[in-house]
Design a protein around this ligand. Structure first.
Ligand code: ADP
Ligand code: MG
Length: 694
């Protein structure tokens, strides 16, 4: 249970003083549902409004706070004209100006013969000091901030409201025991948690907003340490569990692999060996297989699944989409022809009798390998003796889901495969609980993909050239055509795709097909199948083909509005070609407004084909929070830490976490108890629970 000292930080936003239900729902949308989420939303700017007594020190156009004595109100004759409040500042005439005014409010707020502190942008009207719609009107100077933090805005939510919410949460901040070591803090120049937070919310100059300030570093370090501790806890929890130990009875794996039409790469052989060792040992396997697109992960997963079948256990392969599951199923069927391994496909599409039949055979052990989508873990799916779960192209499958899955399927070994190349540093933040295998070698028959960056103006030239190429080439030429990602709406994506589809149809006739996210499964399959068989030359799609689709004869990839995709996404898409023996090209079409970073990113794509290099560049160019594909890849999104700046802190945090847990594995010491509070603060509740389970 969360320690009570943190209660105030886990109250609903609506409990914040001065924030009504309407505003609180806006705040929830913008930053999260708890008071602590408000606290962890950092200002993005700062305004300086000095108090200035003398007119000669005022600057036209700058913010200032002045002392203003109201002399008279001047209501205009017409509503369209401004309402003026005349007064005296520094012994001279001055005026406040309002459009769209509320007369009663103004008369009440600015009473004649009284003095007010007024703050806003100073303007001189023919030598007279004036101010249009002051930001603050107050009886006391102290009520007007000299430095005003500016919070990022979302629809309907003003910075002023956020500032107020933050201020009121800060006012109730509890004193928490220090979880960092004194010596460490001194050496880094860090101050305590509370004052660091207060400072972060009270910037006094532009540079106070930077992530490399001491107080922001302190807060980032806290978050990273919590992240690393949580991962180490999950890891040691995994390690303590016994896994189902597979005994080798037959040798199907070798037999199947030797019949493949290609030789395994050195990396594939090495990784398969690592996995088999894990499965033959009594420890539970929790392993991540990282391999660039096209590196050949599917075969590795087959070898792993066959290993458990050899010991008369069952295995399951889970893919993120129906298309992919179906594709794996077909590939497996082919590779397993001639063996007596029984495989079956289970997705959301298998229903009624068919599904019931599959479930029955699964429970009685008549199925050796089940392939499917998340449907394979539906409540009523029972296995006879499941020993291995393989998760392909895992999305949003974070530490907590892994903990949950391993809890539900006791002793079951887990292999997670990802093609999202993740920079080393980031891998540490999300996969620190797992052992990692890397497929860092591509099959030898691959040719480099030529990547060209071209303006979308040239699109009709490209279509024309493709048409010529398709007609004149002795070998079949197949093209993926990925349509622009219109970020605002799926509907607009589809419209753009349909428009292009029609244009392409004029040239390619019935040789062009289209798949998109709104299509029914069977429809999608039919189109994919025709493309695979070579009946279609051009496949237009929204990004549904992004993950894992394998059509080796496709050798051209066209991506429209490439600048709108993240580097990870582009890399994934490009990886759809260059899978066969044909030389492949990838055309990145950019739109009219290409930003500096947009240009830099497309350049990275042109210059590198290595997913890990691309990922590092992406991190450098955009910062971790903006990495497109971050959400999909299940990487944690940090609130305080910015890994493009705080990488070095992450390494320290990893070392620190390791040392802490080696000395105090149950977090029982004085510092250990404080660290538990830190973990709860960052909502690592399920990782803390592993401490109790022992
Ligand atoms: P990914 O790692 O992206 O999942 P796949 O497993 O889909 O890659 O493999 C891509 C293609 O490469 C498939 O057509 C597969 O049959 C083929 N392949 C896998 N391993 C090798 C190899 N060692 N040599 C040649 N082709 C291979
Ligand atoms: Mg794959």
């Amino acid at each position: 249970m969360r320690p009570s000292v943190l209660n105030g930080l886990f109250l609903p936003v609506s409990s914040i003083q001065g924030i009504g239900p309407k505003l609180s729902s806006l705040i929830e949308k913008a930053c999260g549902k708890y008071t602590s989420d408000v606290l962890f939303s950092m200002p993005s700017g700062v305004l300086y409004r000095p108090y200035i007594e003398r007119k000669k020190e005022l600057v036209h156009g700058a913010l200032a706070t002045i002392l203003f004595e109201v002399i008279s109100h001047q209501k205009p004759l017409k509503r369209s004209q401004p309402y003026k409040v005349k007064g005296i500042y520094d012994g001279q005439e001055a005026e406040l100006i309002f459009f769209n005014y509320h007369e009663k409010y103004l008369v009440d707020r600015l009473r004649v013969n009284e003095k007010y502190f007024i703050s806003g942008k100073i303007e001189f009207f023919m030598g007279k000091v004036g101010m249009l719609h002051p930001d603050f009107i107050s009886k006391t100077k102290e009520e007007i901030p000299v430095f005003e933090p500016i919070y990022p805005l979302t629809a309907g939510l003003t910075s002023k409201v956020m500032a107020k919410a933050v201020r009121n949460v800060l006012a109730t901040l509890p004193d928490l025991p220090e979880w960092q070591e004194n010596e460490f803090m001194k050496s880094k120049g860090f101050s305590d948690w509370k004052s660091s937070l207060v400072k972060a919310h009270h910037p006094q100059k532009e540079s106070d907003l930077f992530s490399d300030n001491k107080f922001k570093m302190r807060l980032a370090y806290d978050e990273l340490l919590a992240n690393q501790l949580a991962l180490f806890l999950a890891r040691s929890h995994h390690k303590k569990q016994k896994g189902i130990q597979v005994k080798q009875v037959k040798e199907i794996e070798k037999e199947v692999i030797s019949k493949l039409p290609f030789e395994l790469t050195g990396a594939q052989q090495r990784v398969i060996k690592e996995i088999r060792q894990d499965l033959f040992s009594e420890d539970k396997m929790i392993r991540l297989l990282q391999g660039d697109v096209g590196a050949g992960k599917t075969v590795v997963s087959l070898a792993a699944l066959l290993t458990v079948c050899e010991g008369n256990y069952q295995g399951v392969l889970m893919a993120p989409t129906d298309i992919l599951a179906g594709q794996h199923y077909k590939a497996f069927e082919k590779m397993l022809a001639g063996t007596n391994i029984r495989i079956e496909l289970l997705t959301g599409r298998e229903k009624g009798k068919k599904r019931a039949n599959i479930l029955e055979r699964l429970a009685s052990g008549e199925i050796d390998i089940l392939i499917g989508t998340h449907a394979v873990f539906t409540e009523d799916v029972q296995y006879k003796n499941l020993a291995l779960v393989v998760i392909d192209e895992q999305h949003k499958f974070g530490v907590q889901q892994r903990l949950q899955l391993t809890k539900k399927q006791r002793g079951v070994n887990l292999l997670v495969m990802t093609a999202t190349p993740i920079p080393r540093t980031l891998a540490l933040t999300s996969y620190g609980d797992m052992d990692i295998s890397i497929l860092d070698e591509k099959p030898k028959n691959r040719q480099p993909i030529e990547t060209k960056v071209i303006s979308v103006d040239k699109v009709f030239d490209i279509i024309h050239k493709l048409d010529e190429k398709i007609k004149s080439s002795p070998k079949k030429v197949q093209v993926y055509w990925v349509c622009p990602l219109v970020q605002e709406s799926e509907k607009m994506d589809l419209m753009a795709a349909e428009k292009r589809f029609e244009e392409l149809k004029e040239v390619f006739g019935d040789k062009v097909g289209m798949v998109h996210g709104k299509m029914k499964g069977a429809e999608k399959d039919a189109v994919m199948e025709r493309f695979k068989k070579g009946e279609l030359s051009v496949l237009v799609s929204t990004t549904v083909i992004e993950v894992g689709v394998d059509v080796p004869s496709a050798s051209v990839m066209v991506i429209e509005h490439a600048e709108r995709f993240g580097l990870a996404g582009l890399h994934q898409l490009r990886g759809r070609v260059g899978r066969g023996s044909e030389k492949s090209v990838c055309l990145l079409l950019y739109g009219k407004q290409l930003s500096e970073t947009g240009r830099a990113r497309l350049k990275v794509m042109r210059e590198s084909e290595n997913g890990f290099v691309i990922a590092e560049e992406d991190l450098r160019l955009r910062g971790a929070g903006d990495l497109l594909g971050v959400k999909q890849s299940g990487l944690p999104q940090f609130k305080m830490a910015d890994l493009s700046v705080h990488q070095h802190l992450l390494k320290t945090a990893a070392q620190d976490a390791k040392m802490i847990l080696s000395q105090d594995p149950y977090l029982e010491s004085e510092r250990g108890k404080a660290l538990r509070i830190l973990l709860y603060l960052f909502q690592k509740d399920s990782e803390i629970l592993t401490l109790k389970a022992g």
